[in-house]
Design a protein around this ligand. Structure first.
Ligand code: PMP
Ligand code: GLN
Length: 402
């Protein structure tokens, strides 16, 4: 007799550890906190989206594309101009040369690339290995697929995996190892030896590597190393990225993936029945963005680094323990120095208490991991400097208001 699984939507909700209040199961914690911030007038440092748009020339390119009539279905795998631009970007920054015709597809954000990749490769009986905490959509899609989600913990203060625990998490059922580097929510940027260890273990267990590198350009003084560049990785690695973070257009939902032809063809087979194709004029605008000079890329990381430092300083002054991130939009704090043990409870109170919203780290975990991260809270710093300064001023009152 086969065991009956819960309904797919329930597996998605459980997999993503939806903690929405009032039983509102369709609502992620990100949306819950955004709504709460709007209701209370709090500064929203929860959901990770910038409060300023990206480059004007990219916006103008989208407007021109619409005006010129780029408004019907794009080819399922993406417009050639964007696939060529992704290939040129991979060559310029990493020396990789994916073929724009067979080794790259455009997706509706990284979210669709993650979903299509997992649904292409895993099902009941398979294991997918991720670090924990993990980005919420990983757990949801692994749940939908019917595969089993296995995790290896990342612990404060450096959020690097323990070598023995990582090795022990691989089994002969590990079908996919799903990496995220730079890492949301911890802000860790994994060094070469950690990534190479994952590649070597994936080879040993014949697992596919899916690597979500949406924050590839948002690192602060450390280099981002794409997994696909490491010895032994290229023939088993699908690399995912997105325009949302690099260009500050999170609402456009343009993403892409690259990898060896046999893996990309499999993902494309699934992707074409999820959305078929993705917004045509936005694709052409992002092709313009990817060709921006190196100064643009250096600029976004320098700008964001300053923002990280403004908010980190404010959080430290508020009496919290700050884990300075090497990349991403996010900084994590431990709330225990203020005597707070439950960051989920605090996150729900924080907007009314001091007028700032944040995301509790346990929502990025399964129950055991949630216990380990119970006092951690994630703040987004992709906001205007004056907004971060105001948030710091408000957070300084936390100790007295608890
Ligand atoms: N992966 C990670 C790690 C993310 O943080 C996000 C969202 N910010 C995504 C994927 C989704 O990206 P997109 O908006 O391009 O779908
Ligand atoms: N990636 C964003 C974050 O981590 C949120 C995206 C979403 O709302 N799903 O905050």
């Amino acid at each position: 007799m086969t065991e009956t699984l819960p309904a797919p939507w329930q597996r998605a909700a459980t997999g993503a550890n939806l903690l929405a209040s009032d039983g509102a199961l369709g609502v992620t914690i990100f949306e819950e906190m955004t709504t709460l911030a709007m209701q209370t007038g709090a500064i929203n440092l929860g959901q990770g989206f910038p409060d300023e748009d990206g480059p004007a020339e990219i916006k103008a390119a989208a407007q021109a594309a619409i005006a010129e009539g780029s408004n019907q279905y794009a080819p399922g795998k993406g417009i050639p101009q964007l696939r060529k631009a992704v290939s040129a970007h991979q060559r310029r920054f990493y020396g990789l040369e994916p073929d724009p015709d067979t080794e790259i597809i455009v997706t509706t954000g990284a979210t669709e690339a993650i979903a299509a990749s997992l649904l292409a490769f895993v099902g009941p009986g398979d294991e997918v290995l991720t670090f924990e905490p993990f980005y919420d959509s990983y757990g949801a899609i692994i749940g939908l697929s019917g595969a089993t989600h296995v995790t290896a913990p990342l612990l404060a203060p450096d959020f690097l995996p323990d070598a023995a625990a990582l090795e022990a998490a691989f089994t002969d059922r590990t079908k996919v190892v799903l990496l995220n580097n730079p890492h949301n929510p911890t802000g860790a940027v994994f060094p070469r030896e950690v990534l190479q260890r994952v590649v070597d273990l994936a080879r040993k267990h014949d697992a596919i590597i899916i690597t979500d590198e949406v924050y590839e350009h948002l690192t602060f003084g450390v280099s981002h190393i794409p997994v696909a560049t490491l010895p032994g990785a290229a023939d088993r690695t699908v690399t995912i990225s997105s325009a949302g973070k690099t260009f500050s257009f999170t609402g456009w939902k343009v993403g892409w993936l690259s990898g060896p032809e046999h893996l990309v063809a499999a993902v494309r087979t699934v992707k074409q029945f999820l959305t078929y194709s993705s917004g045509t004029p936005f694709q052409s605008a992002i092709a313009t963005g990817l060709a921006l000079p190196d100064e643009f890329y250096k600029g976004i990381s320098a700008t964001l680094r300053k923002k990280r430092d403004i908010l980190s300083e404010g959080l430290r002054a508020a009496g919290l323990e700050v884990f300075t991130p090497d990349g991403t939009y996010f900084v994590n704090v431990d709330t225990s120095p203020l005597g707070i043990r439950d960051s989920v409870d605090l996150a729900r109170r924080l907007p009314a208490l001091v007028g700032v919203a944040a995301i509790p780290v346990p929502v990025f975990c399964h129950p055991e991991g949630a216990e380990r991260t119970r006092s951690l809270l994630r703040f987004a710093f992709c906001k205007r400097d004056e907004v971060l300064e105001e948030a710091a001023t408000r957070l300084a009152t936390l100790r007295d208001r608890l």
